[in-house]
Design a protein around this ligand. Sequence first.
Ligand code: KIV
Ligand code: ZN
Length: 405
Amino acid sequence: MNTPAQPDRIIIFDTTLRDGEQSPGATLNVDEKLTIARQLAKLGVDVIEAGFPYASSGDFEAVQKIAQVVGVESGPTICGLARATRQDIKAAAEALKPAAKHRIHTFIATSDIHLEYKLKKTRQEVIEIASEMVAYAKSLVDDVEFSPEDAGRSDPEFLYQVLERAIAAGATTINIPDTVGYTTPSEFGAIIRGIKENVPNIDQAIISVHGHNDLGLAVANFLEAVKNGARQLECTINGIGERAGNAALEELVMALHVRRQYYNPFLGRAVDSEEPLTNIDTRQIYKTSRLVSSLTGMLVQPNKAIVGANAFSHESGIHQDGVLKNKRTYEIMDAQLIGLTDNQIVLGKLSGRNAFRTRLQELGFELSETELNKAFVKFKELADKKKEITDWDLEAIVNDEIQQA
Ligand code: KIV
Ligand code: ZN
């Protein structure tokens, strides 16, 4: 049953270009954002949160450009963030205009600590602002998402009231943020269940989740949220974002893929248990991770799940022996699934510059001519010593010899 509030697949909402870019030191220029947005479209994300148009003229320009170029009819929905104020919402609507499918995402905090110290407003005032600003956004675009910021620490009864009013005012996606990464999986699951059971008009909206990784629990929280009715996941490539970052797209998507038979029944529909639960082309994951890492300058830790350099390598003799006998002894997924070559020889000492350049591009590295020349020299030196040059070797060459030079 594919209704707006009960989509057939889990909606992947990528916020690399908005919340991800809020990582300290991860600023991107307009062209870099456009390059990432194009790759996100290839990856198959359903929604791209392209920025916060009122925040700066650079953000406005980036959102507008992405809306023009990537927001085509067959492409993803392009979303812009706006505080619950008229000027923010107006700027977002203006920047998003060129996109075939556009969404305004507006938010206001609902936790007592935010109301008292940040907003200096009463609960009733917050309810009225949320309702009025959602209605204003709805007068400008059809697709409106509302977030009660710091929902994870908000009083559930108050949360239900705000959500009910936001849906009545026209929000079609209700996003529940664990803004400070405080909740645990069972608590977060219970918040989603509580919303499903206590917000009378919840059937008119999709429940989305957004979470930060302060306690390293964001992905686990989201998976529990899916079991309790969440149908949109807000995430970033490599999990970049404020402080400890956001829930990592690649981890969520691969957890839903590898364990799809486990998660399928929670979608509440009878489908083939082999059917994918998201629209993501998993073979684009590694390339997207590389691209985001090289353009933001944020390196991926070697032991990072899914996209870290060690994620598919086996060091101990016992593990190597097991994998040679049967890969499934120590591997729960194939490296090819995320677009890698499964530790096969990709290049050798006879490989030319073109093959080298092409493979780097396939892996998502965007190098200047000078960087490429330097990397090629290093590659030849390594190829003289080592017969098999893998994707991991190439990544090490680029990271160690070029980006840190
Ligand atoms: O973390 C947060 O609460 C946010 C909101 C704007 C959704 O990023
Ligand atoms: Zn956030």
